[in-house]
Design a protein around this ligand. Structure first.
Ligand SMILES: OC[C@H]1O[C@](O)(CO)[C@@H](O)[C@@H]1O
Length: 534
């Protein structure tokens, strides 16, 4: 599927192969030539294997929950009669494990993944700059392979400890790769198709989620004998990626702007785009280099303190907050048990259906985002999710009264996921780069990534407890939050589609209530610049 979409984009490129005009809003420095080669396809595919791995790790913990919980219970010596009855299949559908220690270790297995992501997302700019994007991706694969080994060998040690450690290390890998992959793809993509190629990151994530759901079926790997292999396979794409990275070209932008290696940058451009005159691309990267030198590089702390970027930062963080507090990962991590509670007969297949819908609507978003706009799609997505959360609650509350209510719950869950992928899923990742200029951009991306992973952790860790507390009404919490996020988007998020950076900045100043106080702003910029230079 991924290869199909990639080749379609490439075919489209081939038909339109030409040089594009240099535009000021494209100062993010993407090469100017539209020429495409197999090397570019290979490089994008190779990088996206990191996103695939992230998706696999997000989805893999879902289907085998009961199997792994049983294993934890045995290992903890709390495998009681109730759990034994479950194993024989003499269970009622609404039973939940009663042992608090098993619930705690399970919740930790889910949530330590996000803690890893939270910690490492801060290090993205460091890892990508020390030895380049390719070596950065190669280096972090050590984490993925270690994590895969820990989980794959979990039966040989203390399973719950090895799984929790493996998930934490895999989280470290994913926090880094969720920054490195879009960065590398963005830097090597031709400007005109940057959006389509950038979206392949999210597409690979959702494909990874579906693969894990399918091979997590109980007659494949989601069973007592094979669950450790299922978890261990999380590290497998890293092996393939490590081999392929050896033949991928380094980002020309990193070579030219960061290292000043003109010849190597030209060589890399030619490998990515064929034999052509690279002077336009080099001139464009030179403009980017000058821009970088003119602007203050900001630390995370400075960005947090700066009044100039307060509005942008607020919007960026709120968008990531709404992505995660929409409850999407409550559905992804726990969908099998949610479907079970909702009275759905074959919960695992419903989960797989959800994965398919997830892919379809990510593709819809790829096609719509440059036409309908970011703000509209985010608002429609969040508003739609809010209505679905209400419908889900109604379905779950009345399922014992009307049996058909389980269909309502299932339809509501499917629609919830569809609305998520239309806007709130993919948009927060790239809107941060759109609303921040080169100076504060890395710090903003680190903060936004950390906010995303932190909220992901909170949902993963506390959702089972909330569910225990609120029962069938648990999605009312998300409905209320989603309503708030929809109103926020309407009031505060500007449309960035087709706008230059200057136009976006002007909108933020206007929203701040006061006209752009240039002297004050410039004074702050000068102060920031001199202090970073010091
Ligand atoms: O497709 C759903 C997945 O997408 C993400 O938001 C990442 O963009 C994950 O947190 C979630 O599990």
């Amino acid at each position: 599927m991924f290869v199909l979409v990639l080749s379609k984009i490439l075919l489209n490129f081939k038909n339109k192969s030409s040089y594009v005009q240099f535009a000021s809003e494209d100062l993010l420095c993407f090469p100017v030539s539209q020429q495409l080669t197999g090397t570019l396809a290979l490089a994008v595919f190779t990088a996206a294997l990191g996103s695939l791995q992230m998706g696999y790790s997000l989805g893999v913990i879902n289907a085998p929950q009961k199997v792994i919980e049983r294993h934890y219970a045995r290992s903890l010596g709390v495998y009681n009669e109730e759990l034994a009855r479950r194993e024989r299949g003499n269970t009622t559908e609404h039973e939940e494990p009663t042992d608090a220690t098993v619930v705690m270790y399970w919740s930790l297995s889910v949530a330590t993944f996000s803690i890893g992501g939270m910690v490492s997302s801060f290090l993205v700019s460091f890892v990508s700059d020390i030895r380049g994007r390719i070596k950065g991706m190669l280096f972090i694969n050590v984490l993925a392979i270690t994590a895969g080994l820990l989980m794959g060998l979990a039966k040989m040690g203390t399973p719950y400890l090895m799984v929790i450690a493996g998930r934490a290390i895999m989280g470290l890998y994913c926090g880094l790769s969720s920054g490195l992959v879009p960065l590398y793809i963005g830097e090597i993509s031709p400007v005109k198709y940057r959006g389509a190629m950038g979206a392949l990151h999210q597409l690979a994530i959702v494909i990874g989620i579906l693969i894990s759901q399918v091979i997590g079926l109980d007659f494949l790997l989601g069973n007592d004998d094979m669950w450790h292999v299922l978890l261990g396979l999380s590290g497998a794409p890293a092996i393939l990626q490590s081999l392929l990275l050896l033949v991928c070209p380094e980002s020309p932008r990193y070579l030219y702007i960061k290292l000043g290696k003109v010849e190597e940058a030209c060589k890399s451009l030619k490998r990515l785009k064929g034999d052509y005159d690279t002077s336009k691309d080099i001139a464009e990267m030179q403009a980017e280099k000058e821009e970088v030198m003119n602007e203050a590089q900001m630390s995370i702390l400075r960005l947090l303190r700066s009044s100039v970027y307060r509005q942008q930062l607020f919007v960026a963080l709120m968008m990531h907050l709404s992505q995660q507090f929409s409850g999407i990962n409550a559905i992804f991590y726990y969908s099998t048990s949610i479907f079970q509670t909702a009275g759905v007969g074959q919960p695992v297949y419903a989960t797989i259906g959800m994965g398919v819908i997830n892919i379809i609507f990510t593709l819809v978003s790829v096609m719509l985002v440059d036409r309908a706009g970011r703000r509209t799609l985010t608002m429609v997505g969040l508003g739609g999710m809010c209505c679905c959360a209400v419908a889900m609650t109604v379905g779950m509350v009345f399922q014992d009264v009307y049996s058909w209510m389980s269909y309502l719950s299932m339809a509501a869950i499917f629609l919830f996921v569809s609305f998520f992928e239309i806007g709130p899923g993919p948009i927060p990742w790239f809107i941060v780069a759109e609303i921040f200029s080169q100076g504060p951009r890395p710090a903003a991306i680190a903060l936004a990534g950390c906010c995303n992973w932190t909220c992901n952790f909170i949902v993963g860790m506390f959702f089972p407890y909330l569910e225990g507390l609120c029962g069938n009404y648990v999605f009312v919490i998300f409905a209320v939050l989603l309503f708030g996020f929809t109103v926020f988007t309407y009031m505060r998020v500007p449309e960035t589609k087709g706008k230059t950076f200057e136009e976006i900045t002007a909108v933020f100043h206007h929203k701040r209530g006061a006209p752009p106080s240039k002297p004050q702003e410039e004074a702050e910029m000068v102060q920031l610049k001199s202090s970073t230079e010091a």
